[in-house]
Design a protein around this ligand. Structure first.
Ligand SMILES: [Zn+2]
Length: 308
């Protein structure tokens, strides 16, 4: 049994068929967790889909309406880069509901893990790059509205810059955004995060960890958030189809430990979301996400021992 809950819904599958975004990875992760004995059925919690009211905390009315009614324009679809279906919209609503639940669980248990979400390219009035609803932003706004948090921090380790998240929280002094990514990659236009770590092509484990530690550790200490949302993209992996960094499986796991340990040591609850991952071998993507769950377990056990 895990020391935290895994948030999952079978409706997370975006139903895209043969698309570079492997939306069936969510189901594969759950199957591997159960098959390898890492998790039991009782470790899982199912989210409710985010309501219109939740979405409207971040997204503009016109975008929410077009998603609901299936009236996206050709241009909308082109930017989104995935085909429209009702299932697709429901999957994004569930992912946002999942990140809300993971944040609530983080405040209760110290850590909450959404086996989904991380759709950081979604802006208030449009979606892009396979992201229609910015689940991290919706969850943070919802918890703020409930009076549960004052300050939140987003640490985005996907290989692509978190442009939607950066734009949403631009000028918001209560939400600190950090993105570490390959500079020479999508998105071409990178709205500034509070900290952007622009990495050159083919950056490897050592340099990546060093850069992340140097910027992240002092930032979290200074900002003292009530909640950390970790965007644990699997695509800085050297075998990723859409990435140009060169992290190994071990390097990615070290990254996970660094992000989660640093927060838990300062008693900052952590909510994890998955974001991208498009390895040539789909099983590698599943392994990387599974390793994040294992790293979270190790960090939680260490924090509990330290606190005992
Ligand atoms: Zn990505």
């Amino acid at each position: 049994m895990l020391p935290f809950r895994l948030v999952y819904h079978e409706g997370y599958d975006l139903n895209l068929g043969q698309h570079v975004f492997p939306a069936r990875k969510y189901r594969l992760i759950r199957e591997r967790l159960l098959a390898d004995g890492i998790a039991a059925e009782s470790d899982f919690a199912a989210p409710d889909p985010a309501s219109d009211e939740d979405l409207l905390l971040v997204h503009e009315d016109g975008w929410v309406r077009r998603l609901k009614t299936g009236t996206l324009s050709f241009h909308d679809i082109q930017k989104l880069e995935i085909p429209y279906s009702r299932q697709m919209v429901q999957a994004f609503r569930l992912a946002a509901g999942g990140t809300i639940l993971a944040c609530h669980l983080a405040l209760r248990d110290g850590l909450g893990f959404n086996i989904g979400g991380g759709f950081h390219h979604a802006f208030p009035a449009h979606g892009e790059g396979f992201c229609a609803i910015n689940d991290m932003a919706v969850a943070i706004r919802r918890l703020e509205r409930e009076g549960l948090i004052e300050r939140a921090m987003v640490v985005d380790c996907d290989v692509h810059q978190g442009n939607g998240t950066a734009a949403i929280f631009d000028g918001d002094r209560k939400v600190f955004t950090l993105s570490i990514h390959q500079f020479n990659n999508y998105p071409a236009d990178k709205p500034p995060s509070d900290i952007d770590i622009h990495l050159p092509d083919m950056t490897g484990d050592e340099e990546y960890i060093e850069q992340l530690r140097a910027h992240y550790a002092p930032a979290i200490e200074r900002f003292q958030p009530n909640l950390l949302v970790y965007v644990a993209g699997a695509d800085p992996y050297y075998q990723d189809q859409l990435g140009g960094l060169a992290l190994s499986l071990a390097g990615l796991r070290e990254r996970d430990r660094l992000v989660i340990d640093t927060a838990l040591r300062q008693c900052v609850p952590v909510a994890v979301t998955l974001a991208g991952g498009h390895a040539f071998d789909e099983q590698d993507t599943v392994t990387i996400h599974l390793n994040t769950i294992k790293a979270a377990r190790e960090s939680m056990e260490m924090a509990r021992r330290a606190g005992a």
